[in-house]
Design a binder for this molecule. Sequence first.
Ligand code: PPS
Length: 315
Amino acid sequence: MASEVSMPKAAEDLKAQSKDRQLYGELELPFKHSYLHGWIYPPFIKEKHLQETKAFKLRESDVLIATFPKNGTTWTQKIIQNLHKAHGTGHMQQDKVKVLLDVTPWLENTPHDQVDAMTGPRYLKTHNSYDWVAYDPAVRCKYIYVARNPKDVCVSLYHHCKGFEVFEYDGPFEEFAGLFLEGKVESGDWWVHVKEFYQNKRDMDTLFLKYEDMHADGIAAVNKINDFCALPPLSEEQAAQVLDLSTFKKMKADPNSNYSWLDDVRKKDQAPFMRKGTVGDWANFFSREMSDKFDEKSRRMFGDVELGFCDVLKL
Ligand code: PPS
């Protein structure tokens, strides 16, 4: 199921209020984007990338880190790299690797001959929706899906959209939150994205993690990821070491994981990619009215599934 195609109310308001403002594409959004099969992507993702991704030749040893953007992708990628370091497998070796994304590439944005040439277990990042995620019923690979409180996702994605020059965006938070609510941001409707992976109608081999749980009990998250990836048993000491090497503070200071390799295409006056890494920052940005609208949508979309988000959403 893709998000609706009708002109969103936030976008209608936007158009009415800002006659001289540059709006982009068929959806007339205030940031540059691609609109493919009902889903919104960054402008550099084109139809051919989507088709190639869907037809991607999977292997049984593949693990896809599947997320809506800003839900904990990079943290999960780093935990996996550090697990291999702890086990001394020699896979994804940090001293030989320039950046994390080279060893856990973004499938929609990496030439597939490069991904085909990878050896050993491949860990691949993808933001595609459930409908478009690389999938082959004949190849039972694994998927790690990470979800985060949508209000924190919205704040993080807002800074992401404002931070990268390619989006050409500089709007106020309230406008962006309105578009997020209507599924008119990168990767579309967060609620649909999460719900479809959670319901997992094709019964893909999926580990479903929550960013807030990773914060609350990082050791449990590290162990879950280790065991799901069928890595050797992890000692308590190894788990603590992996968690320590994957903290926000260490990742932010490390050019391997802090996305400083993209500094040239980021606006200098905006927050860095490794921005805050906290739970609940939304309270610094949301009006009461917008917060209520998000809660209402969560109730409506998740009312019929046991997502276990109740604590997070305070429902
Ligand atoms: S992306 O662009 O989709 O790959 O982004 P993603 O990695 O999914 O999400 C980025 C947010 O995750 C925060 N982050 C972390 N939080 C806690 N601990 C660790 N180690 C960590 N690493 C990344 C990152 O700061 C972004 O959140 P915000 O709220 O913007 O700080």
